[in-house]
Design a protein around this ligand. Structure first.
Ligand SMILES: C[S@@+](CC[C@H](N)C(=O)[O-])C[C@H]1O[C@@H](n2cnc3c(N)ncnc32)[C@H](O)[C@@H]1O
Length: 211
């Protein structure tokens, strides 16, 4: 899907506000220092996250899947004056890169990076969130949603990445991972506690609003 739409994405990026120079540095370091730089949100998606966060002006953002910190810094740009962002990363090497950039950002004092498995960290967390970004292991998406929905305030926005899984969700025969993502999409669309819209941006992003 991304390949056939590549020229349109190039056009969109070219006509989208340039990201903060620090995000350029995060992107560069990610390409030089990690094995899967494709996981990074990047310019277009990062700008979308930043604008959504600025619209919500959140008190407490939760991010599941920090990687090298690109999306966390983009989301932090919308934090309210005394707001904070909690981001969870399983891989200590990714977390170390992210931590370095958080320190260099304007949001150093507002970002809390937790290193470990998000499932166990979230199960023990007693805080509320008004903006959530789910972008870690796809197999656990439904579990993450179940773990956070009661911690979300009314009107909270939950953003979920990779919900179209390279377009494979519409294939007649779906591999295991695609089946899991398809089941997640069905679960969200059927949940009366929320309303949602799937945006065919990049690998597919769902915006979910808690009623
Ligand atoms: C797609 S990347 C996140 C990209 C990042 N949000 C961005 O947009 O730049 C997914 C990250 O989730 C992490 N991850 C995978 N399973 C996890 C888990 N169970 N708990 C916490 N983090 C996990 C991976 O190590 C990886 O760094």
């Amino acid at each position: 899907m991304q390949d056939t739409l590549a020229p349109l994405y190039e056009y969109c990026e070219k006509h989208t506000t340039l990201p903060d120079p620090l995000l350029h540095q995060v992107e560069r370091a990610t390409h030089l220092q990690t094995l899967a730089p494709r996981m990074l949100s990047g310019h277009l998606q990062g700008s979308l996250l930043s604008i959504i966060s600025k619209m919500v002006s959140p008190q407490h953002i939760l991010e599941i899947g920090t990687f090298t910190g690109y999306s966390a810094i983009a989301l932090a740009q919308g934090l309210s004056a005394h707001g904070k962002l909690t981001t969870i990363e399983y891989n200590p090497e990714h977390a170390a890169i992210a931590e370095r950039f958080f320190h260099q950002s304007a949001y150093a004092a507002q970002i809390d990076l937790l290193v470990g498995d998000a499932k166990s960290i979230l199960a023990d967390m007693n805080e509320s969130f008004d903006l959530v970004f789910i972008d870690a292991d796809k197999e656990a998406y439904a579990q993450y949603f179940d773990l956070i929905i009661d911690k979300c305030t009314t009107g909270a926005i939950i953003i979920v990445d990779n919900v179209l899984w390279s377009g494979k969700v519409i294939h007649a025969i779906k591999d295991k991972k695609t089946q899991i993502i398809h089941a997640f999409n069905q679960k969200i669309a059927a949940d009366p506690r929320v309303e949602n819209v799937i945006l065919p941006i990049r690998d597919g992003i769902t915006l979910i609003r808690k009623r």
